[in-house]
Design a protein around this ligand. Sequence first.
Ligand SMILES: C[S@@+](CC[C@H](N)C(=O)[O-])C[C@H]1O[C@@H](n2cnc3c(N)ncnc32)[C@H](O)[C@@H]1O
Length: 327
Amino acid sequence: MFRRAASQLHGVGLKAKQDISRGTLILSGQPPAPGSATTHSLRPTNIGALWQTCGDLGWINHSCTPSVEISETPDPKTFNVHAILNIAEGEELTIAYISPYQTWRERNEALRFACKCSACNIEPEKLHDSDLQRRLTAWNINTLRAFRARHFSHLAHDEVMGPTTGIVRSLERDPELGDVQNAAERMLYDPHRFKVNDNYRALAHDTLAVIHFARFRFHLESPSMPPSNDLATAIYHRSAQSNCLEDCLGYSHPRCAKYRAYMRGPGCPDYQGVQFSLFCPDPAIDACNEYGAERLLRRHSNRPRSWPGCWLGGTGITGHWSEWSRR
Ligand SMILES: C[S@@+](CC[C@H](N)C(=O)[O-])C[C@H]1O[C@@H](n2cnc3c(N)ncnc32)[C@H](O)[C@@H]1O
């Protein structure tokens, strides 16, 4: 999948022998026994002992916008290296030796060598924005981690996704809920975002799912409250579990028991913001979609007119929320 080759960053590095898609397992290894010798001369970094495992890992150069990442495995004796970006054939595999969510100065001080990666060698007038973006990302990550520790450290994932009314209300009362939601949304949806690594993306995704679900539940329990702007997202996350709109929203359809709602989520290539589609698995029943959409709109007719960019799609239905509400 890769080979050793001369690098523009430093000496020898690893280069992709083929296109490698994001998420691919690139190599596995075992941390060295304490005191074992290194297999070639490496300067220690804060990846620490892992460098000493050498083999191929020891040849990966650093980048502040890395393309691979070390991930732990359930077995503490092994580690994996995954691609976190799509890597084209011939491109160098790079890893972050230090946290990339620091300013240029901080990163280069921590590295103790002059980094030659493209992020460190941008035009001087772009450096300020780049530093701000990285600081903001660090702030987002810390905010999400703190929120998670506050609310979920003691809960299993299933409990989080099916919160009791008490948990839902405690989430809704959290004074930082809006900030946390913004932090998670920036990390997931901001097209100009710094490329956060997969662990942080997953953290943002989970946190947002929980917040949306809490808001959705809160709205259902308190119909006088205006619905969250992210109802569609809540439906999506809920329906991912149940596959059924009836389970999600309490709607039933006379002819189709499997009526389903889903949102084109951020993992979808044509995702364009808060957007969702409704569809019926039976393409013959176009009316089924109309019916569901109208019910949904009727139920949420008290929502603000400014409810942003939601689309209804699926068999026979494409439209904007504001258009549908006028029908
Ligand atoms: C683990 S080695 C990587 C293999 C190294 N290229 C070699 O040929 O031995 C780490 C060393 O490579 C150099 N290096 C790695 N990434 C670099 C980068 N982005 N810019 C400049 N030097 C880098 C640094 O000297 C660092 O201490």
